[in-house]
Design a protein around this ligand. Structure first.
Ligand SMILES: Nc1nc2c(ncn2[C@@H]2O[C@H](COP(=O)(O)OP(=O)(O)OP(=O)(O)O)[C@@H](O)[C@H]2O)c(=O)[nH]1
Ligand SMILES: [Mg+2]
Length: 306
């Protein structure tokens, strides 16, 4: 049921890789709909999460981090991020309190001027305030607002939840009057197959080192609802090099086993059903240049064309 005077709008979360966009999305939605790791470039595509605040339905779009793209996957991710911002009613820029105005932040501020229509509402959220002193924050806020006149500035900790409620109150006032886009109990619009694949990719990213997580992708190959109420999910982990297969499997398969257990538990929790998860690791040297792999994760392959 929709509220009497409903409001509804799309809010894009943008920022450098690792700024805490996905953490904030999950915090505002009140459930984990986008994966989070301590590594950069975790989110690869636009992920929608939906929250209610009074009469307003807030549709958040988590985006990949913005950085200087080098490879096709980078370019597709950055293009998806700006696409997310272009479609939104409000754009929220996240800046990390302890890192301040980096070259990356400057470059995003410059791009904001060219990538978005001039009348677009852009707000600032200084995140990770749990990591700095109050004086640093006030100075950073003043400096950022001197570089661009933000519609509002919030100081938050997405991880701890500080300031998030005030931010949501403000966003609820900003979104236009209009009917809700989603049923009131819907919190995400990512297909379950993709959410399940993302969960496995998160667990792999947390366990593997260096470039490896970037060079792998996970796809849900088969999804079988069983009569006993459980579900069997088969996934393929594509790695780009021979040597990566062994690392992904780990000694005697211990790494992939631990990944499978962690992913299975989390998928079972959000499905509310028993899950049997089967992971297969395949070497596919060219996957980073395959159109189909991009389609599977919701990225436009041609986006990457220089
Ligand atoms: N101390 C602190 N850490 C935070 C906060 N918010 C997020 N983090 C941490 O920052 C790291 C990156 O968080 P993500 O939410 O994955 O960041 P992201 O902006 O989505 O990153 P990409 O998807 O790679 O662009 C994780 O280790 C989070 O736990 C915060 O408020 N305080
Ligand atoms: Mg993210």
């Amino acid at each position: 049921m929709t509220a009497p005077d409903p409001r509804c709008g799309i809010i894009a979360l943008i920022g450098e890789p690792n700024a805490g966009k996905s953490t904030l999305l999950n915090r505002m939605v009140g459930a984990k709909v986008s994966i989070v790791t301590h590594k950069v470039q975790t989110t690869r595509t636009r992920v929608r999460g939906i929250a209610l605040k009074g009469p307003a339905q807030l549709v958040f779009v988590d985006t990949p981090g913005l950085f200087r793209p080098r490879r096709r996957l980078d370019r597709a991710m950055v293009k998806a991020a700006w696409g997310g911002a272009a479609d939104a009613d409000v754009t929220l820029l996240l800046v990390e309190a302890h890192r301040g105005i980096t070259d990356g932040v400057r470059s995003i501020l410059n791009s904001l001027a060219t990538q978005l229509p001039p009348n677009r509402t852009v707000a600032l959220a200084i995140n990770k305030i749990d990591r700095v002193q109050a004086e640093t924050l006030l100075a950073l806020s003043a400096e950022l607002n001197a570089l661009r006149a933000f519609a509002a500035t919030f100081m938050i900790s997405a991880e701890r939840g500080y300031g998030v409620d005030d931010l949501m109150e403000w966003l609820a006032e900003q979104v236009p009057a209009g009917p809700w886009l989603y049923p009131e109990d819907q919190i995400a619009d990512l297909p379950l197959r993709l959410l399940a694949a993302e969960t496995t990719r998160e667990k792999l990213t947390l366990r593997l080192h260096q470039e490896l997580p970037y060079e792998l992708t996970v796809e849900t190959e088969k999804w079988e609802d069983r009569k006993d109420g459980s579900v069997r999910i088969d996934q393929i982990v594509y790695v780009a090099r021979d040597g990566h297969k062994g690392i992904t499997l780990g000694p005697k398969g211990t790494t992939i086993k631990a990944v499978g257990q962690a992913a299975r538990a989390e998928i079972a929790a959000f499905l509310g059903r028993e899950v049997h998860l089967f992971l297969t690791v395949k070497v596919r040297p060219g996957w980073l240049e395959e159109r189909e792999r991009y389609g599977e994760i919701g990225l436009d392959f041609s986006d990457g064309e220089p």
